[in-house]
Design a protein around this ligand. Structure first.
Ligand code: FAD
Length: 171
């Protein structure tokens, strides 16, 4: 599956220019300035596009290049799940409010705009549950699974989120 979500695929099929001048053509996501959005596409997709101009995908990309959609995603999930892992078991009311505000802002600033729009839509029907570490960790796991499903990946067993992100695997 490409970097694009199901909803995005619909937009792609329409081949329309979206509000703000952003667009998706032949599965490649473009920013408002008309350039391919690096943080919205897989490098392989961008290189496949470059193939037409005789550019080939190098065997390994240098580590200090700007991230593509997958690299950005892995780093972001690491941050988000780690935030839930260190979240208090009984957070004060003020922290709960700040956490919800952080998630709203995060979903607006996420540097892949197609991902950000889908995440905002998902959050509208799946309000963040931040009343305890266990609730928050579970909610984040569900959020990640929604993206996994969208991308055709296997769902993660959310009973295991703490082992993956907090305690480490049981022997
Ligand atoms: P990742 O999905 O990045 O997962 C990293 C690790 O987390 C896995 O190895 C696994 O151990 C663990 N994990 C997996 N699922 C769960 C879970 N449910 N709960 C807890 N731990 C888990 N990419 C797109 O192409 N299109 C999108 O629309 C898109 N939207 C995104 C929205 C957000 C908010 C974020 C943060 C990322 C988004 N991504 C999107 C990136 C995408 O989710 C992946 O990060 C990327 O495809 C790389 O995937 P990966 O297989 O390397 O592992």
């Amino acid at each position: 599956m490409s970097s694009l979500s199901a909803r995005t695929e619909e937009k792609k099929d329409e081949g329309k220019v979206l509000p703000g001048g952003k667009k998706i053509i032949n599965g490649i996501v473009y920013d408002a300035d008309g350039k391919p959005c690096r943080t919205c596409n897989d490098m392989s997709a961008l290189f496949a596009m470059g193939k037409k101009t005789k550019k080939a995908l190098p065997p390994a990309l240098p580590k200090d290049c700007p991230p593509d959609v997958a690299q950005l995603g892995r780093s972001s999930w690491t941050l988000l799940h780690s935030v839930t892992a260190t979240y208090p078991e009984n957070p004060p009311r003020e922290l709960q409010t700040e956490t919800s505000a952080f998630l709203r802002t995060f979903s607006k600033l996420y540097p892949c705009w197609v991902c950000a729009e889908d995440f905002q839509d998902w959050m509208k029907v799946n309000t963040p549950r931040v009343s305890s570490r266990s609730e928050f960790g579970q909610w984040m796991c569900e959020a990640h699974n929604a993206v996994n499903v969208k991308l055709g990946k296997k769902e993660f067993d959310c009973n295991k989120w703490e082992e993956r992100w907090r305690t480490g695997w049981k022997d």
